[in-house]
Design a protein around this ligand. Structure first.
Ligand SMILES: Nc1ncnc2c1ncn2[C@@H]1O[C@H](COP(=O)(O)OP(=O)(O)OP(=O)(O)O)[C@@H](O)[C@H]1O
Length: 631
């Protein structure tokens, strides 16, 4: 024991040597003798306890062990019994033994020396693990088996919640959080009845009072529990979900324990590790920084809540409609009547000009399809041409963004198979951010690998145009039939003519073993997130207006009036705001985000992302994949 100087209240400072504890005790006992006569409460009891001979003996043993621990003795041999037998047999073999040999023989053959050597070997081999006696078979039925669980509390929470049975007043472990301290101990389970916490009986206490006991406990916490008899077997398979909504447990009054809740944001991938409770799942966010799960509402619970909202607020418009017609949204896409009037004329002349200033349609003899300005510009008037509600009913029949069943989307890890067609690359971004510029540059890098989809139109072909090259020229009836059969990813009307990008046009490119790259409006995401196209969606995000001021100095924007002019500050601000709103509303569908700041850098990022989409495993909706396709 480490020598230390302590103060004896009676005899002053004393030296504590190697026999420290015994000495201290002797001093304490003699010091207490004086107090006995002063009739101090409890001193007599303490005095008799401390001067008990068994305590003195225990302390002596303790001190001896301490000494031995210092030297950590090790046996020279662990087979001394065997050696002694060997010596005995050797001695027997001597024909004319000396006196010393005889004496050694008689010493070694004595039973107590044999027993000592045997005990020595047992200790040397550490062969002294206790063997528990078998459990008695006739235990009384009503005797409850208790389990004492000691958990060392560090900075992390215990990872278990409790509940009180209102009828019996008993306290139970309600759930054990996957990967938490209690779960890792393997000793506490949901359904165990809690009897004591740190020696405090918990029967009749409010759960909050128990939480208080736990909160104030430091170091080791001791639970006495009656284990649940039929523990449910967790045979759930691994499940991964993409969150399609944001969730914050701190503002959810119905969560059983807000501290155990896990916040998540749209688009995040959640590994569901426990679905035992039909209403509250346990999940880990991927990529995981913590092995400890958190509580999240189950699909069933979110559906139920959505239904409650519909019942209590029957006049609230369907969320799908809300998504498409929010005031903010309208601000973004609406063109007032006056604008349209001005528009028609402005565009009339502009479209004619287009014939000469067509975007690079021919690179090394290969036509870059899908860049016709008329197709993109007709989007601006789509809201007018079809009316928002009609557009919604055509393009959004299954309430794509808002169905309560879409609070989560089950996903699987998918590695594109080289023998399958490539994944479609769909670029999304606010108008003017540079979606088409990036798409065009990507295709120009290698038109034999990357290609756009040839759009359909009802407008008559011009003299230099060939059906299937610039456009697929079709009749109005054919176009309507394609709309009816849902063959369009998106479509719109301009100048009395219909324009659209069809699923088949994309499939033609994919069938030619090329990577099809298209740009779409976010409302068309539903059409491309399908098992046949398996779109990889890249959001082209604007940097801040301030940053764009530097990079767009020499660039031109095509305005709602179809006039090409340099970017103004308000254009850049609009692009930034529109990008922000688009990301907020649709980020759950984005597989990748590229900030289009420097054009060159954004191009490189796009190329890398497109390659990664084909070559690396990605999370995709489980509904796209047959079980054999998974990585
Ligand atoms: N990173 C960039 N740096 C500088 N100029 C850029 C950048 N990205 C795009 N531009 C320029 O900005 C202008 C608008 O780009 P683009 O036509 O590709 O926009 P868009 O997103 O397709 O919008 P819209 O569909 O309305 O045409 C073009 O002149 C383009 O060259």
């Amino acid at each position: 024991m480490k020598p230390a100087v302590e103060t004896d209240p009676v005899s002053g400072p004393m030296e504590v040597g190697d026999n420290g504890l015994t000495q201290i005790l002797a001093h304490v006992v003699s010091g207490m003798r004086g107090s006995i006569n002063k009739d101090v409460n409890g001193v007599e009891l303490l005095h008799s306890l401390l001067s008990a001979p068994w305590l003195q003996s225990l302390l002596k043993i303790y001190e001896c062990l301490q000494q031995d621990l210092k030297h950590s003795p090790r046996p020279h041999l662990s087979y001394s019994s065997g050696l002694s037998l060997q010596i005995l047999s050797d001695l027997m073999a001597i024909s004319n033994p000396s006196d010393e040999a005889r004496e050694l023989y008689s010493l070694l053959s004595q039973p107590h020396l044999q027993a000592l050597l045997s005990a020595h070997d047992t200790v040397g081999l550490r062969d002294y693990e206790p063997e528990l006696p078998p459990l008695p078979k006739d235990l009384p039925e009503d005797e409850e088996a208790m389990r004492i669980v000691c958990l060392v509390k560090n900075n992390q929470p215990l990872g278990a919640t409790i509940r009180r049975d209102d009828v019996t007043g008993e306290i139970y472990i309600a759930r054990v959080i996957h990967g938490g301290l209690a779960d890792r101990s393997g000793l506490l389970h949901a359904g165990d009845r809690l009897v004591e916490v740190n020696g405090h009986p918990v029967f009749g206490l409010e759960p909050e009072q128990i939480i208080q006991i736990l909160a104030h406990s430091q170091g080791t916490i001791m639970f006495k529990v009656v284990p649940i008899t039929d523990r449910p077997v967790n045979n759930q398979t691994m499940l991964y979900m993409r969150a399609m909504v944001d969730y914050n447990p701190l503002v959810d009054p119905s969560i059983p324990c807000a501290d155990a809740g896990m916040a998540f944001r749209k688009g995040e991938i959640l590994e569901i590790v426990d679905q035992t409770d039909a209403l509250w799942w346990q999940a880990i966010k991927l990529p995981s920084i913590s092995a400890c799960a958190g509580l999240i509402p189950s699909t069933k619970l979110l559906k139920r809540r959505q239904k409650e909202v519909w019942w209590t607020q029957p006049y609230q418009p369907h969320t799908c409609v809300t998504t498409l017609t929010t005031v903010d949204e309208e601000e973004d896409i609406a063109i007032d009547d006056k604008c349209i009037e001005a528009d028609e004329e402005a565009f009339e002349s502009e479209e004619l000009n287009d014939e000469e200033s067509e975007f690079s349609t021919n690179v090394d003899g290969i036509y870059l399809t899908g860049f016709r300005r008329s197709l993109r510009l007709c989007r601006w008037r789509r809201g007018q041409a079809f009316g928002t509600s009609q557009f919604c009913s055509l393009r959004c029949p299954t309430s794509f963004n808002s169905s309560p069943s879409n609070s989560y989307e089950e996903v699987v890890r998918y590695q594109h198979h080289p023998e399958h067609t490539h994944r479609l690359i769909a670029l999304v971004g606010p108008s003017g951010v540079g979606v088409n510029e990036l798409r065009r540059r990507l295709i120009e890098i290698n038109p034999k690998v990357y290609q756009g989809a040839v759009p359909h139109t009802t407008r008559p072909p011009r003299c230099h145009e060939e059906s299937g090259r610039e456009y697929h020229f079709v009749s109005k009836e054919q176009f309507d039939k394609m709309i009816y059969n849902r063959r369009f990813i998106e479509f719109g009307e301009f100048e009395g003519h219909l324009y659209g990008t069809s699923v088949d046009a994309v499939k033609d490119v994919l069938a030619a073993a090329k990577i099809c790259v298209i740009d779409i409006e976010p409302h068309a995401l539903e059409s491309v997130r399908s098992p046949e196209l398996r779109a990889y969606v890249i959001f082209i995000k604007p940097p801040s207006a301030e940053q764009m001021k530097n990079t767009r100095m020499n660039s031109h924007i095509v305005t709602n009036y179809f006039i090409s002019r340099p970017f103004k500050d308000e254009d850049l601000q609009e692009i930034e705001d529109a990008g922000h709103k688009m990301q907020q509303q649709y980020c759950q569908f984005f597989d990748h985000v590229i900030v289009n700041d420097g054009l060159q850098a954004a191009c490189v990022q796009l190329l890398t992302a497109v390659r990664r989409a084909q070559d690396e495993p990605q999370w995709v909706p489980a509904a796209w994949i047959k079980p054999s396709d998974q990585s």
